[in-house]
Design a protein around this ligand. Sequence first.
Ligand SMILES: [Zn+2]
Length: 168
Amino acid sequence: MTALYDLADLPGRPCTIAAALELVGERWSLLVVREVSLGNHRFSDIARGTGAPRDRLTARLNALVAAGVLERRQYSDSPPRSGYHLTASGRDLLPVLQALLQWGDRWAAEEPPVRLTHAPGEHEEHTVDAEWVCRTCGEPVNSSRVERVLTPAGRALSGLPAEERREH
Ligand SMILES: [Zn+2]
């Protein structure tokens, strides 16, 4: 189960970027998702991988579980211990991390420590790019060819009539 925001409760332009940031915009959140995706499921491993202070990390993990991004799974009965795993919602953040990595490589760091490649096998020298691809035709699209179209929900939140008026 994922927490859902009523966009009318958030200030400014009605937009799910704002709702997404409510859930994962805190600085440790996406780093936690990175660590879990790398196979670090235990608190101590996530703490080491993120570098987050333990009290902040506890609060973040609880919030990410409440938001439906992570789930706890018990891995030991005595003493009872549980680890953190990505839900479907958490797995859907991986392309977001990939895009942030690509941006960071280009604009935030002198020398990237990691490169993503199209492995395994014959593609291993191919660098992977985070890119928008059309869901219908599979064609890569860049932002200049993407149009923002208000949905009925977006039109309602913007105070526009439900139907777009077409001029005849
Ligand atoms: Zn390839």
